[in-house]
Ligand binder design. Structure first.
Ligand code: NAP
Length: 297
């Protein structure tokens, strides 16, 4: 019999992912802290649970997609959490981006109840979640990955089993180190172009196709020069992921100087109340330092 699937956390990402599971025909039960956010999924055919524990009592495969490490700990280990009623033989799949070390600790607690765990963070943003085209980085045992594969295929396009428990989160943090490094390089380049009086759209056009090109420049460069700060990914979530990368690097005893600098630039923008803007608003920190505003003429 196919796994009965539960989904906890119907935010920007989770709601699109849960709708794709329904479309793929899964028997789906959902829970969200703000109950009203379950309504459209229930209207589309999902069942609503009263708590994470209630959901776990009814499901074989439980997915979590909530904000940060303490939030995953709350819905799994906290009062009325999954662990209170998790079934022996159940599989927990955490698709949030959280601490790799905390992931291994949660997995150990679930193992005491006879349940296993995969970490399966994603990239691809809200658009990828809605379209079912996410990249999914999976850590855990091969048999569990095989069991979860039909569920992953309903939500994502590139599914990579990268290693053991916690390694999915580690690879996601590799992804985030690359993303913020790209964002800083783009920001410095555009600030320099502006200060030099260059035509910004032409400058982007001239360099985007060569070795300096990147997804960040092609997608967020035009947004910056038109002063469009709508988020694909917010500064608050980006800051959280950089913090997780720095904490993991600290545990490993390695310096990440560039990433630490960017952490502090994002912190400065949060202090100004800009945490809800897109992560490309990083350039505003450099604008403050230079007195130059980057804007297409
Ligand atoms: P979001 O829109 O802010 O949604 C967060 C979800 O988590 C909501 O359902 C929220 O419930 C729930 N939640 C938070 N804290 C909770 C707690 N203590 N107890 C119970 N529920 C809690 O965030 P999102 O964009 O969907 O992101 C979810 C995860 O995916 C994050 O780890 C994020 O880093 C990762 N991610 C996001 C993106 C992106 O582009 N947005 C891309 C890749 C990965 P309420 O509705 O009650 O607030």
């Amino acid at each position: 019999m196919a796994d009965r699937v539960g989904f906890i956390g119907l935010g920007i990402m989770g709601r699109g992912m849960a709708h794709n599971l329904l479309r793929a025909g899964f028997d789906l039960t959902v829970w969200n802290r703000t109950a009203g956010r379950m309504d459209d999924l229930v209207a589309a055919g999902a069942k609503a649970a009263a708590s994470p524990a209630d959901l776990a009592s009814r499901c074989d495969l439980v997915i979590t997609c909530v904000s940060d490490t303490p939030d995953v700990q709350a819905v799994i280990l906290g009062p009325s959490g999954v662990i209170e009623q998790v079934r022996a033989g159940a599989l927990l799949v955490d698709m949030s981006t959280i601490s790799p070390a905390a992931t291994r600790e949660i997995a150990a607690r679930l193992a005491e109840k006879g349940a296993s765990m995969l970490d399966a963070p994603v990239s691809g943003g809200s658009e990828g979640a809605a379209k079912g085209t996410l990249s999914i980085m999976v850590g855990g045992a091969a048999a569990d990955v095989e069991r979860a594969m039909p569920v992953f295929q309903a939500m994502g396009k590139t599914i990579t089993h990268v290693g053991g428990q916690g390694d999915g989160q580690m690879v996601k943090l590799v992804n985030q180190i690359l993303v913020v490094g790209n964002a800083l390089a783009m920001s410095e380049a555009l600030l320099f172009a502006q200060a030099g009086g260059l035509d910004l759209p032409k400058t982007i056009e001239a360099v985007a196709g060569g070795a300096a090109g990147s997804w960040m420049l092609a997608n967020r460069g035009p947004q910056i020069i038109h002063r469009d700060w709508r988020p694909g990914f917010t500064i608050d979530l980006q800051q959280k992921d950089v913090r997780l990368a720095l904490a993991a690097a600290d545990e490993l005893g390695i310096p990440l100087m560039g990433t630490a600098l960017i952490f502090n630039l994002y912190r400065a923008l949060q202090a100004e109340g800009l945490g809800g803007e897109g992560n490309h608003a990083l350039i505003k920190a450099l604008e403050r330092l230079s007195g130059v505003e980057v804007k297409a003429g």
